[in-house]
Ligand binder design. Sequence first.
Ligand SMILES: Nc1nc2c(ncn2[C@@H]2O[C@H](COP(=O)(O)OP(=O)(O)OP(=O)(O)O)[C@@H](O)[C@H]2O)c(=O)[nH]1
Length: 349
Amino acid sequence: MVPSRTAQQIPVVVLAGFLGSGKTTLLNHLLHRSGGSRIGAIVNDFGAIEIDAMAVAGALGDSTVSLGNGCLCCAVDASELDLYLERLAAPSAGIDVIVIEASGLAEPQELVRMVLASEHPGIVYGGLVEVVDAAEFDDTRAKHPEIDRHLALADLVVVNKIDRVAEAERVLALVRGLAPRAAVVPAAYGRIDPEFLFDCRPGEERVGQLSFDDLHEHGDRDGHLHTGYDSVSFVSGQPLDPRSLMGFLDSRPEGLYRIKGYVDFGPHDTLNRYSVHAVGRFLRFYPEPWAPSGDRLTQLVLIGSGIDAPALAEELDACKSDAPHADEHGMWGVLRYVRGSEDEPVQEP
Ligand SMILES: Nc1nc2c(ncn2[C@@H]2O[C@H](COP(=O)(O)OP(=O)(O)OP(=O)(O)O)[C@@H](O)[C@H]2O)c(=O)[nH]1
């Protein structure tokens, strides 16, 4: 039975959406714009290196926890999640809302089910937020028709990357049709009003329907979104050569949908590491100053279907360089993919 909500209970919101749709960007926006509300986050990475957790940890300190290396929806034992929920829901943590950022391949209904199944009296299911990449939406649906089912469960759908589409209204109308019970909001860089997070809580009746109708129907793991997907995790203490890495990225196979992480270009830029994101054919580098202390590492996660993981790891290995000096134009290829500013994205080359 679905427990009824009390004023003291902390809502737990599930934040889901396909690979690279902008979940971490949205979460970071909420963390910086939540005003007086304190958000706790549980971040679930598909790859073995917890890139998403690193991206939000700075903003959250000890109110972020990471559940890495595989989709939470397939956790055999949900007790780890319960443990984290308990920690974040402790009155001493002073948290007002908990957000579980699902991996981009997780089955949201499984996560909702896990939250509903939690017996912790201090929490209550706070709704499902689905993030949609407006630019990739048609292709993603064609490849993964299950996405429609995910949207139908949502309480809030953020149609993100609206800056990348010419026909925003068409995508919005399509999403509204697929998620008739949800609030549908367009966004660029996940910039939504944080109030939406508090307002998206489903009513008792809706939660009751979910637990009976939707959540138990698709328990078959073979039908999970991540079936057929592989990930490669690459770590190097040796810098990468920018020309070689661009050669790798320019020739990346179609199936390699998502790349994320941080790159050390050694002598080519001794001040910055480069956060890198590929989503489909979209590619961006974001220079950010190195921390004053700590190891300088390249850490990358590659996720795709039908990919030859060992061959990709070998190709990345071949990008390592121990040249002590930078060649003059070595970074040009990379810099073409550095954004001007948040509001002025670079043109797709
Ligand atoms: N142009 C544009 N880019 C965006 C927008 N939102 C996010 N991005 C970029 O899209 C890439 C992926 O964003 P993330 O927030 O990491 O996506 P994610 O859903 O957390 O990714 P996974 O956890 O790997 O599924 C990054 O390069 C973001 O800067 C947007 O509204 N417009």
